[in-house]
Design a protein around this ligand. Structure first.
Ligand code: NAD
Length: 348
């Protein structure tokens, strides 16, 4: 798809954005933004930071599939290797920060202080204090900050959330969440395998389930955890979240063999049905009936970006996510680590 709208006077009326961090997910976000851009016609890419034109043009293989950027015309895009330099030279309305996790806070706070709206990837940050500083910077500058906990925008999980909130199958009796993958070996300088930089499997991959648990059920009363560190630090976690009338068991492991396919499954048992989301398909099991619905996994990524763009350009509130709520998810994940390290329940 070409960037035809980027010529002449049109450009002056466009909202301009930059992508900071153009690895696997940065490229994926660009291709999804191109779809939204062609539907709306009121925003365009001005700059990319953290890569060269030559590297930018290359496609990338992820556990989420191949990202092919060869149809994108980068001729109107400026490239930078230093984000501070980029902010000096570009007039931007919003940025996508798709950086290794240890840079999330630094870059989000800098961009917000520059008066720019920020979409920042998950996990929000490596500590609750960092999350708090990001929230404060957004408030102080009156700018939007959205964190890419994309599963809140996945239609299968959105449907499950409706079942929970509406009580249409009765109350929740129990839930279980599992997310496993081969060891991730595809990131820049293998930053993801260093748990000081990524938070390990718990803050990087398991955070998706933690955020769903937080979104579905809120804060638990207490958490028990057991962490694995045999191949690499913080490679796996098994935990139980204790709520008033039910428990939620979780398991995540990213140290499985390279041939092991990425798999995510969750089951919520209600009084009158059990509902499973396995990868991108939702299954409902009742005593005398079962049905399923498959969804396009790309929709979660498109819908979260759409919600962010609508906040920024249309001033449309988003009631699906907030930085405060996502910060609670980071807190919950860190409490799992604490529970595992202490070998005892941590009360929230
Ligand atoms: N929502 C999801 O499902 C999902 C999936 C994958 C990744 N992510 C998140 O996205 C973020 C990026 O992950 P990724 O897989 O794209 O990683 P990656 O290693 O593929 O890409 C990171 C990019 O950042 C660049 N970079 C490093 N330091 C930089 C700096 N100072 N300035 C500019 N660029 C810099 C690197 O060159 C690299 O291109 C992580 O926080 C990760 O957790 C989310």
């Amino acid at each position: 798809m070409k960037n035809e709208l980027l010529k002449g006077d049109d450009l002056a009326n466009m909202y301009k954005y930059a992508i900071i961090g153009f690895g696997g997910l940065g490229k994926k976000h660009l291709m999804n933004l191109v779809k939204l851009q062609s539907e709306r016609g009121d925003f365009c890419l001005s700059a990319i930071c953290g890569t060269t034109l030559e590297q930018a043009q290359k496609g990338v293989e992820l556990n989420l599939g191949t990202v092919d950027v060869s149809s994108f015309d980068f001729s109107s895009c400026n490239f930078y290797d230093d984000y501070k330099d980029m902010f000096k030279k570009e007039k931007l309305d919003f940025v996508l920060s798709v950086l290794p996790t240890y840079l999330h806070e630094e870059v989000a706070v800098y961009a917000l202080n520059e008066g720019v709206h920020v979409f920042s990837e998950k996990p929000m940050a490596l500590s609750v204090e960092s999350c708090q500083r990001m929230i404060e910077a957004a408030k102080a500058n009156k700018k939007h900050l959205m964190i890419g906990q994309c599963l809140r925008f996945h239609p299968a999980y959105a449907k499950l959330k409706q079942y929970i909130d509406s009580l249409c199958y009765g109350k929740v009796r129990y839930a279980t969440f599992e997310r496993n993958s081969q060891m991730p070996l595809w990131t820049w300088n293998n930053w993801i395998l260093d748990s000081d930089k990524s938070g390990g499997c718990i803050l990087d991959m398991h955070i998706h389930d933690v955020d769903l648990i937080n979104w579905f059920f809120g804060m638990p009363d207490s958490i028990t955890g057991h962490m694995g560190n045999s191949k690499i630090s913080r490679e796996s976690i098994s935990s139980t979240y204790h709520y008033d009338n039910f428990a939620v068991d979780t398991r995540a492991d990213w140290s499985l063999p390279q041939t092991y396919p990425f798999k995510a499954i969750c089951r919520v048992d209600f009084d009158e049905a059990s509902v499973v989301v396995e990868n991108d398909t939702l299954y409902v099991y009742k005593d005398n009936e079962t049905f399923s619905e498959a969804f396009d996994p790309e929709e979660a990524f498109v819908y979260e970006l759409k919600a962010f763009i609508e906040q920024v350009i249309d001033s449309k509130e988003c009631d699906i996510t907030s930085p405060e709520s996502v910060s609670d998810s980071v807190n919950m994940a860190l409490k799992e680590i604490q529970a595992a390290q202490k070998g005892e329940d941590v009360v929230m």
